[in-house]
Design a protein around this ligand. Sequence first.
Ligand code: NAD
Length: 491
Amino acid sequence: MAKTLADLRRPDLLQTKGFVDGKWTSTPGSETFDVLNPASLEKLAILPEMNAADTENAIEAANKAFASFRKTTARQRARWLRRWNDLILENIDDLSLILTLENGKPLPEARGEVIYGASFLEWFAAEAERTHGETVPAANPNHRILTIKQPIGVAALLTPWNFPIAMITRKAGAALAAGCTTVWKPAGETPLTSLALALLAQEAGLPNGSINVVLTLNKVAEVGQAICDNNIVRKLSFTGSTRVGKLLAQQCGPTLKKLSLELGGNSPFIVFDDASIDHAVEALMMAKFRNSGQTCVTANRIFVQKGIYNAFSDAMLKRMQSLQVGPGVQDGATIGPLTHERAVEKATQHIEDAKRLGGKVILGGASVPGSKGYFMQPTLIRDMNPEMITTREEVFAPVLGMYPFETEEEVIALANNSNVGLGSFIMTENMSRCVRVAEALEVGMVGVNVGMLSACESPFGGVKDSGYGREGGTQGIEDYLTVKAILMDVN
Ligand code: NAD
């Protein structure tokens, strides 16, 4: 029997209210929205639509808590984060089940996300104690200069539906470690995991008001504007589309908030003639099909050198035939549903456009007929060319298009011909080429003979229209800190 919410070991992890100042809150009689399972379109929960006034309350609560939270020691904050990490891992079965039901990804992938998400809390617990300042040699012999780092203030964390757990912990781990209090606005499609995380954070001892969660699906513009307009919020971190990222950057102009924007990508995946085919196929399976192709660093333009093109395409076809489409709770499913109906429409449009312009569909090519949920067949298209939409826009679906190329110089130009620059992948056994190409690509991250770009210890982020700021790594906490210079006369 496929699992449902009735299988939760701790039913209290399924919360259905907003979280403000340590209390679960909803206004009686207020508007609500439904959280749906994208595999069946069944209703999982009914949540309150929070509005601008609710958002302001959450910001006030975070501000009140900041007065004392900023004075806690880094060691104390590290203890809270470690305890939170432990509680998340203790509840991995329940968290991955809620994640699979609201987002659609297969259960083993959901477990992977819980582990990956928790890793940011351990990482930033350690980073909390390493936010050293400096002593600076002063030009005046009577002066001494030192710098200290302090939390920037209340941080608003706006997270997407594709990694609802890891995007919260990647931001909140850094913010709380730095001493900032937080207001979370999870994506309205996948808010249930955020609420479970907030509950576990409270159990871990994080003080009231250090975490506040605002819920909305349909009032996202109103809530977003209320966050941007508010002077108390000193930092906004957003992961999502470039369109919304640019809107938020404009809206934050008047209050000069510090911004981190992790936006869309269009990752090139380059397979050179000298690559190991088996290795490159496995790396591409990982880079393309994780979360059914809905990751910001998903391989979107697959450039394959002519000498290896046919052999690589045959091997990829064979490997893709083993993918199993189905609800994430179904044993053996490797491709879950997409999160939105509009994502199926977009993927279909990309496939039709590629066919019209000469692409050859050799596997899949459409949505899954007769299914209630938003399922898309894994699709392989050969002979893509730069005229096609997929060259300019990410598909965000399990649709893989291959482009032939001849020279290293040519493929670098093709890869860089994009307004975004987040992830990229290079498959080759030639180390000199790795270095040359990695240096030439206009991106924030390069995977060499790997299909994964994210790890808590590695800085994650992009260039161009993929945004700015880095999450994770030693850089991740800096975005939540300000540097204060203290100049002293010692005479
Ligand atoms: P979207 O632009 O409608 O929404 C993206 C996120 O922004 C959602 O979580 C939503 O709650 C939030 N949002 C929307 N309007 C907002 C506003 N005015 N103020 C504050 N927050 C707001 O995008 P979508 O339809 O969910 O996805 C479209 C494309 O965006 C995808 O195909 C993909 O290219 C990209 N995307 C990227 C990521 C990523 O991880 N970088 C995540 C999700 C989507």
